[in-house]
Write a protein that binds this ligand. Structure first.
Ligand code: NAP
Length: 307
């Protein structure tokens, strides 16, 4: 089967498309025939050298966000059958999602929502699971409360806006002018063009901030929170001193596979409350172009691969 491997760290030229043997499932493995793959910034970060920070060892098989069909199951697999259509987020450390087949565990996948195609399904798991963990599991956002979502046009932010609206929250969302209509269509109550307007002059008494940007954006986000509010970052550990000074909680989180939560998310998708926007679908052979686009930081929604 075709797969993408890196044997050294570097720019997109280190991405090599190779022929390898199709994996065979052990007792608790599910062999997935992949139809589509979501591209995530962590993959070019690993490729650039962050693999070491995550404890990964070369050669690295990138890719973890997939949609496809169950091809084969190990003897201990109970909840998935050959032929079932699934989507999921396999463990990034195991990776191997930039391929025609990948091994998954039962705890990493869920039935694909019936109302969407495989391209859409590959574009949902990481953004939805990550924004959910940040906003609801960590931030404990409740219906009627206010959330500020940075990077609302991105893979995570665009899911966060829709999920927060589905839960009945009030959503401030930052983005550039080109994404204003897109972000409003996602359901954001107030769009803030971060290049023109200081978000802290608009967003007030916020219960939860989802920080997908870091740096100065993160530092300035403390002042929009109400006392007891929560700043949840995906990109950099927030300052405990600032958290104390503003009387708020602040934490950086790591997301990961969660098949059970993905099942819940699938129901919200089937209810028509969440959909993915696809920036572009690339054939797997154009993985270098896909990484370049993701690394530009300007993609709207998700970049998807087709093996
Ligand atoms: N900790 C974790 O477990 C975890 C999980 C998932 C993702 N992440 C990280 O979270 C970050 C976002 O991920 P993603 O998949 O959403 O990335 P992405 O899809 O590549 O995000 C691109 C979007 O970011 C927006 N953007 C860039 N700079 C901005 C700024 N200063 N303010 C507001 N929006 C800005 C851009 O919109 P405009 O063109 O409108 O600016 C663009 O649409 C990445 O660094 C990723 O590695 C971490």
């Amino acid at each position: 089967m075709k797969t993408v491997v890196i044997s050294e760290y570097g720019n997109e030229d280190v991405l090599k498309l190779e022929e390898v043997e199709k994996p065979s499932p052990r007792e608790d493995d599910i062999l997935i025939k992949i139809f589509n793959i979501g591209v995530n910034p962590v993959e070019w970060k690993v490729r650039n050298g962050m693999g070491e920070v995550f404890g990964m060892k070369l050669p690295i098989f990138l890719g973890s966000e997939i949609s496809g069909m169950v091809e084969e199951v190990g003897a201990d697999v109970k909840n998935f059958k050959v032929g079932e259509e699934i989507f999921g987020n396999v463990n990034m450390m195991r990776g191997g999602g930039y391929a025609e087949y990948v091994l998954a565990k039962e705890s990493e996948i869920a039935d694909k929502p019936k109302n969407i195609d495989f391209v859409q399904a590959a574009a949902i798991p990481v953004g939805a699971l990550t924004s959910w963990k940040a906003i609801f599991t960590t931030g404990n956002l409740q219906s009627g409360q206010k959330v500020l979502i940075h990077g609302a046009a991105g893979g995570v932010g665009s899911m966060g806006v829709q999920l927060a609206k589905a839960k009945g929250a009030y959503v401030y969302a930052t983005g550039s002018a080109e994404n204003e209509e897109f972000i409003k269509d996602l359901g954001a109550d107030e769009f803030i063009n971060y290049k023109k307007t200081k978000f802290e002059e608009v967003a007030k008494d916020v219960d939860v901030v989802l920080d997908t940007v870091g740096g100065d954006t993160q530092t300035r986000s403390f002042q929009v929170l109400k006392k007891g509010g929560f700043l949840v970052s995906l990109v950099a550990p927030p300052s405990p001193e600032l958290a104390e000074q503003f009387g708020v909680k602040a934490e950086m989180i790591q997301s990961g596979p969660n098949g059970e939560l993905l099942e819940e998310i699938a129901k919200i998708v089937e209810a028509g409350k969440v959909k993915a926007h696809i920036e572009k679908v690339f054939p797997l052979s154009e993985i270098k172009e896909a990484h370049k686009l993701s690394e530009s930081g300007r993609a709207r929604g998700k970049i998807v691969l087709q093996p």
